[in-house]
Write a protein that binds this ligand. Structure first.
Ligand SMILES: *Cc1c(COP(=O)(O)O)cnc(C)c1O
Length: 401
């Protein structure tokens, strides 16, 4: 059997919607993007959503919107994909990495210690689709308000550290009765090919700014900022008599094209009506199998407060070294099952090592990493394939323990 790690979910509704965009005479940012943004608002419950070309761009846009740059610090977890840190670096600010909890998510206690008068933002990551401790993080931000020194109009209006979630994994995850998107000031979801909902490449910036902000006004500003700071998009300019425009900020060029948005327009309703439940069923199948194994550490799934979006199944094997983990992965791969490791903590990567970050400062990140194996999780997996996967994992682990 050959089982890929994360093939995209493309059904006939996706093909129809993309064909419709191709046949419409308009392929870049236009009606399909607007439709996808409206769907995100309707499903998640956020006031405004702006589609961009990646979650990485979305994070940069959010940081730039708040005027974050040189001399500013942004707190992020050491356990994430590089994009979280790169977004901070690209706007000229300094990523301040902190360690995680056993559940892979950023530690509130470590955030509390890392906040300085230079801290302008915190970017927690909802790893594998498991929501961070939002109540605690918001309480910490409130308690450190006195340290915050606003330097522009937006910072004066909010008058505290801004909470920007890297929810690349977590569309559809719940915190209490709310979908993620409603727990932070700004939440960025990814629509990359391997994420729960895809547009091939893409992301969406969800606004949930408190008063006195007008989210609609900020959306309009950001929409313009994401298109070179141009007052009219190409779609509006293409209409008869609509040629004149102005450039009002040194914006980015990170808009999403309609051809790609069409994939998301077809997929988002299917995701909320069936794909998410199918992911949960697979997650539960894995939990039921691995909970009987003394060597397995199960990833978080549901608690009274939180529900995972089941983006990754992050299995850990008790007490193993990095080398044993790698050997186990080789044995699983020999059986034709593609698995993965999420993530190499950032301080293990050359760029960050060379910047001076040291893995010894992040012991929990390292402990989780060295024992972690991500299993395939997507709706196309059959019962037979799932049984083959868990048997292959079991055999590989028991061979190397
Ligand atoms: C995938 C991912 C991103 C980046 O998403 P893109 O849409 O590819 O830019 C950011 N953060 C995390 C945690 C991710 O897994």
């Amino acid at each position: 059997m050959k089982i890929p790690f994360s093939p995209p979910y493309i059904d006939s509704s996706v093909i129809e919607e993309v064909t419709d965009a191709l046949n419409s005479g308009w392929i870049t940012t236009g009606p399909k993007v607007k439709k996808l943004e409206d769907l995100v608002c309707a499903y998640i419950g956020v006031p405004n959503a702006l589609c961009v070309n990646s979650a990485t761009s979305g994070l940069m846009l959010a940081l730039k919107w708040y005027g974050i740059g040189e001399g500013d610090e942004v707190i992020i977890p050491a356990y994430t994909y590089a994009a979280t840190a790169l977004a901070v670096i690209h706007v000229g600010a300094t990523p301040v990495m902190v360690d995680i909890n056993d559940d892979f998510n950023i530690s509130s206690e470590k955030i509390n210690k890392a906040i300085s008068p230079k801290t302008k933002a915190i970017i927690p990551v909802d790893f594998a689709g498991w929501p961070c401790d939002y109540e605690e993080i918001n309480t910490i931000i409130e308690s450190k308000k006195h340290l915050f020194k606003p330097v522009n109009e937006k910072q004066k209006q909010l008058n505290r550290i801004i909470l920007i979630s890297d929810s690349a994994h977590a569309i559809g995850a719940k915190y209490g009765t709310d979908y993620l998107g409603l727990c932070s000031d700004i939440t960025v979801f990814s629509f990359h090919a391997v994420k729960n909902v895809t547009t091939a490449e893409g992301g969406v910036v969800c606004l949930n700014l408190p008063k006195p902000f007008d989210n609609q006004d900020e959306y309009s500003y950001l929409r313009c900022y994401a298109l070179n700071g141009q007052t009219k998009d190409a779609f509006t300019k293409s209409k008869a008599g609509g040629w004149r425009y102005d450039i009002i900020y040194p914006g980015l060029k990170i808009n999403m094209p309609d051809v790609l948005a069409a994939i998301g327009v077809a997929q988002l309703p299917t995701y909320f009506s069936s794909i998410l439940k199918e992911r949960e069923n697979i997650y539960r199948f894995y939990q039921d199998f691995f909970k009987t194994k003394s060597w397995a550490i199960l990833p978080p799934f549901k608690s009274e407060l939180k529900t995972s979006s089941c983006h990754l199944y992050a299995l850990r094997i008790k007490g193993i070294s990095e080398e044993t983990r790698d050997n186990i992965i080789n044995s699983i791969s020999e059986k034709g099952v593609a698995v993965n490791v999420h993530f190499q903590p950032l301080p293990l990567l050359s760029l960050f090592k060379n910047m001076g970050y040291q893995i010894s400062d992040y012991p929990i990140a390292y402990d989780n990493y060295k024992a972690e194996i991500s299993l395939p999780i997507y709706p196309q997996l059959t019962r037979k394939e799932l049984e083959y996967i868990v048997k292959s994992v079991e055999q590989a682990v028991e061979m190397h323990l």
